[in-house]
Design a protein around this ligand. Structure first.
Ligand SMILES: Cc1cc2nc3c(=O)[nH]c(=O)nc-3n(C[C@H](O)[C@H](O)[C@H](O)COP(=O)(O)OP(=O)(O)OC[C@H]3O[C@@H](n4cnc5c(N)ncnc54)[C@H](O)[C@@H]3O)c2cc1C
Length: 522
């Protein structure tokens, strides 16, 4: 095909993860001629639903919807395009070995041997955390400020932040936030509470999906990030699994005029005269556009698709140095029936169950991965979504658990034997709380951080396309030169979890990138 015959677009989006789809939806809504090119047979990336065994489906990676950006949901009218919830505002139940579990909602803590004082403190603490999340939350919806070269939008954002901190929160709460912001979650929680189960459950939220333990510096901020995501702290389950969220985003993009192509892996992003010209697919097909947006990891984008030679050496070095270590595995189990958990009713099992009995246990579980080992007593976030959504299991049930900790670089490698052994460890761990689980298992499988890289393109197995730590946030995310979505190459942008504000099924990075493109930021 000659260049004249190649299809031409205003914008090509490489990757149909949920952020790529959101970016496409906004750009197409603004009248751009957009194509999304997804390597896999379905869109969604780490937000997909997959068949586990005959008649049983699971959310493949992400399973709880707790950060969906409400502007994205409204602007793209996701409910009209099929997004429904099968459960919302789930409680978190922190499991205790003695069956006296702790039930946590947004503002109440009961059970688990919690004292009246801790229960009262919890209510006050969570109200304060939601205040903080509400104060900082707007930063997730805008590009990070360019503090060295402020435009009018940056100045407005800086004023808004100052105003919200000083007058919205007030002097006392603002000082407290500034004191806490760089702390580790363990010190924060030890200052507030006595109950170990409560501290273990809250600390788990700070380390979930990260390569940190509760004693690691700065992860109080990751705790806040989870609340600031956009869903006001509500933990929901989408009907049809997480893939249904991506499907609704795809439907919205298509309704706005986007073309979506699956099984269309991009081999290279093409450059001529210091500007992108389009892409070449693995099939050899060439597509032309003056703007290319990558939903993939920055390292994949720069090193594999564009080519390092098109950037300054400093930029390439910084992109190569992004810390991107995953530490969580995913376990899926097809069950003949509902497992019995000591001390929990069938109704209780519809909630989010957490195994993280204390901060010391959590830190000990983390210690293993520092030395390339898996935790011997892993921590888990468990969901049995078929209890609230019968479409996921024609018969029996499915259970999914995010498991911490599993290193990407396992000593000796992730051989079949190593994988099988860790799966057994995880099932044994579940069995401590649900003794009949083994008898009910039809099929079980584990996705390791290495699998996440191989199957989903999550470099290093990190689900945020780069660790979410203070030194890789805001104007430092993913690297300073790319923090406002434009790369230092004419027409080249990023829109995935590696960009501000990061991962989680939020859609905020996709929306912000679309806004930057429409504004003409480069
Ligand atoms: C095990 C696990 C559990 C999680 N649990 C939760 C949870 O419960 N709740 C939550 O909110 N978040 C969770 N997350 C995080 C969340 O899933 C991710 O942060 C989010 O889905 C990232 O979305 P994205 O669109 O930015 O990137 P991705 O989903 O990674 O999408 C990138 C897309 O680009 C495509 N691509 C890459 N290279 C190419 C190429 N060359 N050509 C064409 N296409 C290409 C990929 O195939 C992929 O579809 C979890 C993640 C994991 C891994």
């Amino acid at each position: 095909m000659t260049k004249e015959q190649n299809k031409t677009y205003d914008v090509i989006i490489v990757g149909g993860g949920h952020n790529g789809l959101v970016c496409a939806g906004y750009l197409a809504k603004a009248g751009k001629n957009v194509v999304v090119l997804e390597a896999e047979k379905q869109v969604g990336g780490a937000a997909t639903t997959a068949e586990l065994s005959y008649g049983k489906k699971v959310s493949h990676c992400a399973h709880f919807l707790n950060q969906l950006n409400q502007k994205v949901s409204k602007d793209l009218n996701l409910s009209k395009h099929g997004l429904k919830l099968s459960a919302s505002k789930l409680a978190t139940i922190a499991l205790s070995a003695d069956g006296n579990h702790l039930h946590l909602t947004k503002d109440s803590a009961t059970g688990g041997g919690i004292s009246e004082e801790d229960a009262t403190n919890y209510k006050q603490f969570m109200a304060l955390m939601h205040d903080y999340a509400g104060t900082l939350g707007f930063l997730l919806d805008i590009p990070p400020m360019d503090v060295f070269n402020m435009d009018w939008d940056d100045k407005k954002a800086a004023l808004k932040l100052g105003w919200k901190l000083r007058f919205g929160l007030g002097a006392e709460k603002m000082s407290e936030l500034l004191r806490m912001i760089g702390m580790n979650i363990r010190d924060v929680l030890d200052d507030e509470f006595d109950n170990e189960l409560l501290k273990g459950a809250l600390a788990f939220d700070a380390v979930l999906g990260t390569h940190t333990g509760p004693y690691s510096a700065g992860n109080f901020l990751t705790f806040l990030y989870r609340l600031a995501g956009g869903n006001n702290g509500s933990v929901d389950i989408p009907e049809g699994g997480m893939g249904a969220v991506s499907s609704a985003m795809a439907a919205a993009a298509i309704a706005n005029g986007t073309e979506i192509r699956t099984n269309a892996r991009v081999k290279s992003i093409d450059v001529d005269n210091c500007a992108v010209t389009g892409v070449t697919l693995e099939s050899g097909e060439v597509l032309i556009a003056p703007i290319v947006v990558s939903n993939a990891h920055l390292q994949t984008t720069v090193l594999d698709m564009v080519g390092a030679r098109h950037f300054e050496a400093d930029f390439v070095k910084r992109a190569t140095d992004i810390r991107t270590r995953g530490a969580a595995a995913k376990m899926h189990i097809a069950l003949k029936d509902v497992p019995e958990f000591n001390g929990l009713s069938k109704d209780d099992l519809k909630n989010r169950l957490v195994i993280s009995p204390g901060q010391q246990e959590l830190e000990r579980a983390f210690n293993h991965i520092k030395y390339g080992e898996v935790s011997t007593e892993p921590m888990m976030e468990i969901s049995i979504p078929s209890l609230v959504d019968a479409s996921l299991a024609e018969n029996g049930h499915v259970l999914s658990a995010t498991v911490q900790y599993a290193p990407y670089n396992l000593k000796g490698g992730w051989t079949d034997q190593a994988k099988a052994a860790f799966l057994e460890t995880c099932i044994d761990r579940l069995g401590q709380f649900a003794p009949n689980i083994r008898a009910l298992i039809e099929h079980a499988e584990l996705i390791t951080p290495k699998d996440m890289e191989d199957e989903f393109g999550l470099v290093g197995g990190n689900w945020h396309h780069g660790e979410l730590t203070l030194d890789q946030m805001l104007m430092l995310r993913p690297v300073p030169e790319a923090s406002r979505y434009a790369l230092p190459l004419d027409g080249m942008y990023i829109c995935g979890a590696g960009a501000h504000p990061g991962g989680g099924v939020m859609g905020a990075a996709g929306r912000n990138a679309a806004n930057a493109i429409l504004k003409g930021d480069q």
